[in-house]
Ligand binder design. Structure first.
Ligand code: 8YV
Length: 324
């Protein structure tokens, strides 16, 4: 019987990280390519000292109720953790950690990719060429929206929001405004070429591009709803690399269909991996399968961060990225 802590990876991780974890822990891997069911996750909490979930695992309050849990820590593989009921985990004496910092640049890069692609109609153009439907250059062919010099509105000025601001202001000469729950020192904001406005509405009204960088769940659920979409400029674009539930998806689809806004670039959806058929049928959207952190460097760094957190915990030290 191994004396190493028993840990469960709910999905396969990069090999380099699995190797590091195997040196220190008694590792069980979910070999299947599908997420665990709620019943399997509940069983995992009773069986393992640590469970390492991802965004595709739902851990609501009822999973932590009833006692008899062996798990002492959830080392979340990702920065966003709204798929875990953190209060319920805490009440069950389970520590939760996440992976801030290491995915900032790659997630901002994907936001940038979506912004550029939707405004310049890259997805549409690519589909046209691949289908053999391009009939030749014309002055009026596939005209998009100019990006350089426009106004970017950021909702949520954390690490990723700041990285997005920097890219847009210093790379694309954009005027950057943002909304953030707490006040940001103007000197700090100006380092990113950005300026804070008082309300979400203030940002929506002036922005040519709106990029969401706030956490999902809680009070941010459906932050972007029909009324707020109606405040956006008619020619504006919405980019979401945060969480799908920040947007009321049916309201967004209606806004896109009716020309309330011009387009959207989305990396996250309300019920992943299910993307509504009506949304998939629109030409004025660019849709990605939650690729924010999907680079080799970042996925390895995220895993190493989880390893650091659970190693600290089992060594009796404070995990560096404890969220509960
Ligand atoms: C991760 C993310 O890939 O870290 C996050 O919050 O959204 C993604 O970039 C995902 O969470 C993996 O669990």
């Amino acid at each position: 019987m191994s004396s190493k802590p028993r840990i469960l990876l709910t999905r396969r991780w990069p090999a380099a990280v699995e190797q590091v974890l195997a040196e220190r822990f008694d590792v069980t891997l979910n070999e299947g390519d599908v997420p665990l069911t709620a019943a399997e996750l509940a069983e995992a909490l009773r069986t393992y000292d640590a469970v390492l979930p991802t965004v595709s695992d739902r851990l609501p309050a009822d999973l932590f109720a009833g006692g008899g849990l062996r798990a002492k820590i959830l080392g979340n593989y990702g920065v966003g953790y709204n798929h875990i009921d953190v209060a319920a985990a805490k009440a069950a004496d389970i520590v939760v950690t996440n992976t801030p910092g290491v995915l900032t640049d790659c997630t901002a890069d994907i936001a940038m990719t979506l912004l550029l692609a939707v405004a310049r109609r890259a997805g549409e153009g690519e589909r046209q060429v691949r289908a053999g439907e391009w009939s030749g250059w014309r002055p009026t062919h596939m005209i998009g929206g100019k990006i350089t010099g426009k106004t970017l509105g950021i909702i949520g000025f954390g690490r990723i929001g700041k990285a997005m601001a920097k890219r847009c202001h210093f790379g694309f000469d954009m005027d950057v405004v943002f909304y953030n729950r707490s006040r940001i020192d103007p000197a700090e904001a100006s380092r990113y070429g950005a300026r804070q406005l008082d309300t979400v509405e203030d940002v929506l009204k002036v922005a040519d591009f709106v990029s969401l960088h706030c956490p999902g769940g809680g009070e941010n659920r459906h932050l972007i709803n029909a009324e707020r979409l109606a405040l956006m400029k008619k020619g504006a674009y919405l980019v979401n690399t945060a969480r799908g539930d920040v947007i009321d998806e049916p309201a967004l689809i209606a806004a896109l269909e009716n020309g309330v806004i011009r387009g959207a670039g989305l990396d996250v959806f309300e019920a992943e991996p299910n993307v509504p058929e009506r949304l998939r049928g629109l030409e004025n959207v660019v849709l990605l399968p939650h690729l924010g952190s999907a680079t080799e460097e970042t996925r390895v760094a995220m895993g190493m961060k989880v390893a650091d957190n659970i190693t600290a915990f089992f060594d009796g030290r404070e995990p560096p990225d404890r969220v509960a």
